[in-house]
Design a protein around this ligand. Sequence first.
Ligand SMILES: CC(C)(COP(=O)(O)OP(=O)(O)OC[C@H]1O[C@@H](n2cnc3c(N)ncnc32)[C@H](O)[C@@H]1OP(=O)(O)O)[C@@H](O)C(=O)NCCC(=O)NCCS
Length: 176
Amino acid sequence: MIDDLSGGLTARHPVEDDHSRVLAVVDAWWGGLKGEAGALERALLLPRLYFQHFTTTSFVVERDGRDGGGGGEGDGQLVAFLVGFLSQSEPDAAYVHFVGVDPGLHGQGVGRSLYRAFFALARSHGRRYVHCITSPQNTASQSFHARLGFTSSAVKPDYDGPGLDRVAFTIDLAAR
Ligand SMILES: CC(C)(COP(=O)(O)OP(=O)(O)OC[C@H]1O[C@@H](n2cnc3c(N)ncnc32)[C@H](O)[C@@H]1OP(=O)(O)O)[C@@H](O)C(=O)NCCC(=O)NCCS
């Protein structure tokens, strides 16, 4: 499904049981960014519905299963995920809602592989633009998206509600 992952890692679309597995790692993977308020924000950003109704446009990456590979879904250790979807209202757009990589694997191209797979999926559905957002405090996310070729907005105050400022990213897949 994603053929440029390093050895021992495999990707698949998520299933509903992955919801709790992802929730269990986000705080550690985000390094506790923005403290308790950040933890609440992250939990509220990932309700179960993403693991019910957006699975075919999302990915999880696992290390080989406990039985040495070939096991069932959820057998491996979760090391990365991308939750995305095709815009229902903008026929030329797709959206990456949430992405995370185990800190032990940062800088090894896993995030880039997930985006590459999502770009291919978006293209195959005729989508030209991919959008996403992050918080202004998440400078790692901003550097990552810039390296992938996204353009970023200025900080948008109260974008997601009072006190919830965001930076918005866009990439034009036709220009790549
Ligand atoms: C942001 C994140 C997804 C990047 O994943 P990753 O697997 O480490 O990224 P990659 O190894 O694929 O890096 C791709 C490019 O981005 C760059 N990059 C990644 N993280 C970076 C950082 N913190 N600072 C500067 N550049 C960075 C890499 O150097 C690489 O560039 P190159 O190929 O030109 O050398 C990961 O750091 C993460 O999960 N962070 C915590 C969760 C988060 O903030 N998610 C995004 C917001 S929703």
